[in-house]
Design a binder for this molecule. Structure first.
Ligand code: NAD
Length: 272
């Protein structure tokens, strides 16, 4: 093709034959869904979980779009549901090549006021669902990753820098990022890699629960070096890299997909 743009082949087959479990799809705006559909476009087979029947119908419809037939309920605080998820994967697939952890929770009241109003109960719930769940899921995935594997989670720059109203979730993300490093070291000898993607603010259900989310979204968009927030496709593409052979030497990493916002020391002069 001379003088014309080559069409982009999204179906690279890069992940043909790979099978993975995706946790954290709530709707078609979910980051986990953006990752799932991109992994599928590159050949991966997928199983999904959903949290509670209210989300089940939506997740089943999305899973259908990517040819998935393994769709299971799983609240990460419910051991018996997780037992069933992993025993079904063991029975039907016998192995797991990757796991995508797209789960976080904080009580909405803690995302609109200062940190000092967070109760012990809310703190523990947030850390349990948003951080401990990754340790628990990794432990369950290891026996199925005998040939190696890739575990991915999602974090946010609010782990390191104070972001408006992020509060207890920033603490959970700091713990999650540390968890990524410790798991990467524990599981490295088994050729299991553990990484996190750190997108900028995204318009999702969870994102909307954070006080001032619209202002934060507009501010990062206006000031990021690329003058744009992340897209689901860009996050999905990063996941393809981390799951594929191209990511085979990368573990314990936090990969920013945020238009470069994390490098800033202050807003762009034009916005002052
Ligand atoms: P989302 O609301 O679409 O997804 C969050 C998911 O967590 C939902 O599917 C929900 O069902 C699940 N979940 C919550 N509690 C659970 C539990 N007890 N058991 C099982 N599942 C549970 O929102 P999202 O923005 O796609 O969030 C996905 C991940 O991305 C989260 O870790 C979030 O912190 C992270 N992240 C989000 C943004 C953003 O701006 N939206 C930015 C960076 C990182």
């Amino acid at each position: 093709m001379i003088g014309a743009q080559m069409p982009v082949d999204r179906r690279s087959g890069l992940l043909a034959g790979r099978q993975g479990l995706v946790l954290g799809v709530a709707n078609d705006k979910s980051i986990a869904w953006g990752i799932a559909r991109t992994l599928h476009a590159h050949g991966a087979g997928l199983a999904f979980t959903y949290q509670g029947e209210a989300l089940g119908k939506r997740v089943r419809a999305l899973a259908d779009q990517v040819g998935s037939t393994m769709i299971m309920p799983a609240d990460v605080r419910d051991d018996s549901e997780l037992d069933r998820v992993f025993s079904r994967i063991a029975d039907e697939w016998g192995r797991l090549d990757f796991l995508v952890h797209g789960i976080a929770f904080a009580d909405r009241s803690d995302l609109v006021s200062g940190l000092t109003s967070t109760s012990r109960e809310n703190f523990l719930t947030c850390l349990d669902i948003s951080c401990f769940s990754l340790i628990d899921l990794a432990r369950r995935a290891v026996p199925l990753m005998a040939a190696g594997g890739s575990i991915l989670t999602l974090t946010f720059q609010g782990s390191r820098n104070v972001m408006p109203n992020y509060n207890v979730m920033g603490i959970a993300k700091a713990a999650l990022e540390s968890t990524v490093r410790y798991l990467a070291n524990d599981l490295g000898p088994k050729s299991i890699r553990v990484n996190a993607i750190s997108p900028g603010p995204m318009r999702t259900l969870s994102g909307a629960a954070i006080g001032g989310a619209r202002k934060t979204f507009r501010t990062t968009e206006a000031n990021a070096p690329l003058r744009a927030n992340a897209t689901l496709d860009a996050i999905g593409g990063t996941a393809v890299f981390l799951v594929s052979e191209f990511g085979s030497s990368t573990t314990g990493e936090i990969v920013h997909v945020d238009g470069g916002y994390h490098v800033l020391g202050m807003p762009q002069p034009e916005n002052l």
